[in-house]
Design a protein around this ligand. Sequence first.
Ligand code: 13P
Length: 341
Amino acid sequence: MSERLEDIAAAIVADGKGLLAADESSGTIKKRFDVIGVESTADNRRDYREMMFRSKEAMTKYISGVILYDETIRQNAADGTPLVDIIKAAGAIPGIKVDAGAKPLAGFPGDTITEGLDGLRERLADYYKLGARFAKWRAVIDIDTVRGVPSANSIASNTHTLARYAALCQEAGIVPIVEPEVLMDGAHSIDVCYDVSKATLVKLYDELYAARVVLEGSILKPNMVISGKKSGRTDSPEEIAEKTIKLFREVVPAAVPGIAFLSGGQEDEEATANLNAINAIGPHPWKLTFSYGRALQAAPQKAWSGKASNVAAGQAAFTHRAHMNHLAALGKWQPALEKAA
Ligand code: 13P
């Protein structure tokens, strides 16, 4: 495959393909394993991820790339094959989470700043040698209107940091996935989500321009415009699609080749229905696809539940969700297809 940043970015968002976000940190994967009663050992984490990476139909037809965690990019399959080689053999691209997580932002209770820039140039060079051709950095923007969260300082600091990360990635020949996640955990309305997402994206593209990031060689990983979970409201896919696209048309340059959504706590089918509604009102200047963690993995985690005898069932569950999201990325999904499976 070509090594131009623009070509890697285009391959990540190739028609109907999207990313598998399997970059849960050790702490997060333990929480997921706790739910299915599986101990979080290095071997269990390997077995679980190997199960997905060896799902041939999903990995060759629906998944363009996989976001890995530091442990996984260095791990071998049970038979000794590097997991990275299994991903590449399926025609998918290995990627790597490079941020060190969100920490409290000093002086701004309720806001966080994502850390991890120190030593990043050297780590990127190492990840490139290990096979990574794209990276991910997640900035977290919570909403709590009562407390004045997010502050302007949080948006400024997080977007500036994302731009420094993106520039370092491109210097290393790695496509930056730029992820400013406006959380859907709060009690806010969909319109407040719209306003905060807009303020964040406006500042983000200011910062990316200032840092001389080549937008054609970058991917945006945003939240959808959606009501907070504690608001008690469930928005229709049509309203989410209309407001999300209105926002992006205002603030995301057409030079950006693709937008790959996070699922952020949406239910599996909800994340698929919303992505489908977004693509159904196209055409759009960018590809709009998925970079789902929970919405791709909840079903296979449950089906697998840590048992070798369940590997085929886990792969079937993963393949089904990847297929449904593939159709949604093309605007061709229908609820009846879920029941047919
Ligand atoms: P979710 O789809 O579970 O939100 O995870 C995607 C991701 O990579 C968040 O950083």
